[in-house]
Design a protein around this ligand. Sequence first.
Ligand code: COA
Ligand code: MG
Length: 289
Amino acid sequence: MRSLLFVPADGGAKLDKALASGADAVILDLEDSVAPERKADAREAALAFLQRARAMGRRPRLLVRVNGLDTGLTDADLDAVVPAQPDAVLIPKAEGGASVTKIDTKLSLREADAGLPPGGIKILAQSVESAAGLFLAGTFRDCSRRLIGLTWGPEDLAAELGAEANRDSDGKLTEPYRIARALCLFGAAAAGVPAIETIHVDFRNLDALRRDTEIARRDGFTGRLAIHPAQIPIINEVFTPTAAQIAQAEAIVAAFAAQPNAGTVGIDGKMYDRPHLLRAQRLLANVKS
Ligand code: COA
Ligand code: MG
């Protein structure tokens, strides 16, 4: 998934706009963008929308961001949306693999109740949104077969730290949040799942979005959260490998397949070893997913 567009679940007409945005995934938000007194309405709206959108032929993946485990709202969120079989749930403020395992259990019970195939609903986790979560970033490996990725966000962490800002006057993340971002990348790699870059808040500045998203790709992120439809074409473009990159990856995979015992291969006068093979396989896997 290259682009994942947030839309408040009680966002009315925005829901259909999100579907038509070209995003690889739409995330119906039940958490921070929905006021406490609107949660029940938002759950109903999410259910109705999921039922309608799932019936479409070609559609983006459908995710729901539930409220965090410490809110007391997660169970009611899952009760409401699981029967409509979202493709995945996004867990905010996940504190390590244990949070994911808890949600996995909750999903299993509800899938069984609803007569849905076990394990069908996947999990994406927002991994370093609290100080405690930051120290558990390395614990996602093997926590659940449902886990399909890790993402992160600096806003809640800044609130918890009592920080005045999380970016400097040039818009660059300050040190504590650069560490959090790196830990999301390391945690995802250690768990063997994709890392998804956080939102770009300044949604009118598309040039800055492109620059920042290119940096995310350089560092190893394979997709990005979005908050506005205008961000989607740019994110998709940045995370779509060029035809030349795909051809090169295919050539590397083919060369190793032809010489299964080789540690290195030569293609067009250049040496490639196992790390190159791994990178090529990853690139091709991302193209397919
Ligand atoms: N999904 C779908 N459609 C959206 C959208 C989104 N996330 N954000 C904006 N749009 C629509 C608007 O409804 C508007 O439609 P219209 O032309 O028919 O009126 C159009 O795109 C242009 O929107 P614009 O006027 O530029 O922005 P806005 O001021 O209406 O909305 C936000 C700004 C930030 C409130 C809005 O982008 C939003 O709700 N984003 C998602 C917030 C969210 O879910 N946050 C939680 C995760 S951090
Ligand atoms: Mg948050």
